[in-house]
Every structure is written in structure tokens, then in C-alpha cells.
Design a protein around this ligand. Sequence first.
Ligand code: TYD
Ligand code: MG
Length: 451
Amino acid sequence: MAKKTVVFVCQECGAESPRWMGKCPVCGEWNTLVEETVQPAGKNAHAWVVKSKPLPLTQIENTAESRFSTGIAELDRVLGGGLVPGCLGLVGGDPGIGKSTLLLQVASGVARKLGRVLYVTGEESLAQLKLRALRLDAVCEELIVVSEANTNTICQIISDEKPVLVIVDSIQTMFVEEVPSPPGSVGQVRESTGRFLQLAKGSGICILLVGHVTKGGTLAGPKVLEHAVDFVLYFEGEVHTSFRIVRSVKNRFGSTHEIAIFEMSERGLLPVANPSQFLLSQRPEQSPGSVVVPYMEGTRPLLVEVQALVAPAPFGGTPRRQTTGVDYQRFSIILAVLEKRQGYPLQSHDVFLNIAGGLKLQEPALDLGMAVAVASSISNVSVNPLCAVLGEVGLVGEIRAVRGMEQRLAELNRLGFESCIIPSTNVQGHEPIKVYGVSTIQEALRIAVRG
Ligand code: TYD
Ligand code: MG
């Protein structure tokens, strides 16, 4: 029998080291190396390898043309037009956020339209699954279920049943006998993912893996999981609200940063038909510190409300800065620009910034909205509720151009906004609503909060 060896694997990035170290030499994270026993490949390890032969590119079938719908239009859009045969995808998110719910809805949608779908559960009993399926109205003849955690057995079932789609819930519960470490460890997750990958590519069956997320926000298991799969969808939103966002963070078949918005209801996840309206539905009228930004990640504009609260800091204490939903570093820069260029006394104030609805936003086009919200709160002057704000702020207070202006203004127009403050370099002269072109933060603040 071949010799076993011990290696130390980083839980974050999957890097291997022959000895234990406190800090991973590859990703720089501390205390992430765990011991794993590597066993040489057994006779089963390559059972799913496809014998391949080089072919001219002209003879390769274009599988993108045979994309199929998940049965949920919002999700299809995030995937770039549906699922591609032979793809391996990962759906990640916190426990209880709705991964199993969404995938069971997808499973029944595909089963009703295209035929056999296999749902593998390693977490719930079949009775629990049935109960959930009844609630979701997902019970149908072509949807077959199995409670199993052995990857080799599942691969065998898939080969026998030849379904169109397989859901594996979750990858952290799957194991391969040849790997001695427990389910959920780096070695097990990597090995099982590798086998599902080979099977998907070799057979043209689409396999979706459910992945749990660690407290830090990364997908549990090594980054190799993300590297191996064709796409990664990630659930965002707070478990205690009914609002759920599914974001594509990697997609080999479409653009990334596309988002789908759902509401968790009695009967599962329902797409939100008019997300901008939904996001603005609880906006207070005429309130200092509230600003609407036509935000655009991916290809769809969304109107989001940025809220700032500036309050005098306790005397002698360090002023507090807190953000939810935006990058803290970016926000600090905006505060520094406001303080240095506009003379706002922020050193003596606590500043809080929040994106309503629990969204997490990254686009620099949000900068000017944050600046105006802070200025509006500190000067206690509300911004015209029918005027939106948009633009990237540079370090010297200049306003830089943003992309996708046409779609953003169209969305504002559709929701009844009358005007928008935009970068002057973006002004075309034939906008659907009134625009104020600005080239400095000062001009923007004069229009928005200083009348
Ligand atoms: P679930 O899909 O089990 O989460 P995950 O697989 O990501 O851990 O979702 C669980 C939550 O969703 C649970 O708190 C109940 C709620 N839920 C509904 O509100 N409506 C429904 O129709 C279903 C099936 C679940
Ligand atoms: Mg689940």
C-alpha cells in the first residue's frame, strides 16, 4: 500500500505546506492552516475521468446555445441567460438565508419543463424535504430525491439516472471514503468538488452545489472551491428581513455583479417585480441625510437610498464612524474631502452611513451621494426628494464621469424623479429628466443642500 503523507492546508486559500505555520505564506491569513492526511489516489479516484482526444475547435458544439431556463427569470438574468449544460455552479450564503428553498424551486421548475432532476440532500431528511416541497408546490414526478452524503455513491446515481440537473445540498456534508479527514474539511470539499466537476464536464449534466459561508463572509472551505466551479452565486441580505439578494460573483458564461432581488414569502422566494420602487418604499419624505442614487452594478439600474446621520461627538472622545453596506475606506476618503475642501467640522462629529434595504454596494458612482447625504445631515437641510445624486468623487473634490448614464436616468424617469445631479462630463443635452452637470463637489453641494 502506498504511503500516507501529512500536509497542512490553508482553510482560506487552499495552499499546502509540509509543516505547520501560524501565518499562511500565500494569503497571509493567521491560524488558517489545518493538518490533513493525503492518501495516494485509490482505484476509485479516477473513475470519472473522461478519456479525451484533441479536436478542431470547429467541431466543438456550442453549448451556450442550449442554455436552459431555471424557471425563475430573475435568476436566469443573473446567470447570463440560464444554465449551461455541463456546468458546475456554487450557491453560497449564510445558514437560513434561503439556499435550499431557491434550489428546490429551481429543481421543480426544471423538472416540470425539461425532465428528470435529482436533488441530493446531505443535511435534511427526506420527510423534511417533502414538507418543504409541499409548501413550495414543488412536488412533481420528475423531481427525484435522495438523502446521501457519499460522493462516489451520488456520482453512481447520477450516471444511472442521467438527470438534466443535480442539486447537491450541501457540499460541506459530502465525503469521499479515500480521504481520511471529516466532511466539511478542505480535503473533503476539494475532492468531492473535483469529482462532481469531472462528472459534469464529461456528461453534460448541470450540477449545482450549495455552500455554507463562514462568519467572516467567505465560502467555507478553500478558495479552490470557487476556482473549480463555473459560476458562484452568493446570497446577501439579513436573515431577519424578508429581502434577499442573489449576486453573481463569478460567471464563466456571463457578466458578474449582476443581482437578482427576491422576497421570502410563505411560498418560497418570489422575485421582486419593481426593485427600485420596493427599495424606496419606506423612504421618509423631506428628511435631512437621505439621498437617492441611481446605482448600477451589472446591467440593471437600481434606485437606492443612502442615509447619513451626523451628530455632535461627546466632548474629548474620538468621533465614531460607522458604515453599513458601503466600503469603509471609500467613505473615509469622502469624509476627508468634505472636511478639507468644504470645511465641514467632521472631527467633532460622529458620522453614520447606511444603505437602506441591507444592500451591499461597491460602485464609486455612489461617492457623491454619500457626500451629499453627510452634508445634508450636518447642515440639517433636506435634499429635494425628487432629485437624485450621482458621481465619483476624486481626492481634490472633482466629480468624475460614470458609465451607464442613459439607463440610470431612464430608471429615475420611470419612477417619477424630476432631476439628477450628475458629472458635467456625462451631460449629453437630451436627457429624459432635468440634469445639473457638476464638476466639483462644491457645485454639487450648492445645488443639493445650499439652495
Ligand atoms: P432555507 O432555504 O432552509 O435556508 P438555507 O438552505 O440557506 O439554510 O431557508 C430557511 C428559511 O426560510 C427558514 O427560516 C424558513 C424560511 N422559509 C420561508 O419563509 N418560506 C418558505 O416557503 C420556506 C420553504 C422557507
Ligand atoms: Mg439548506
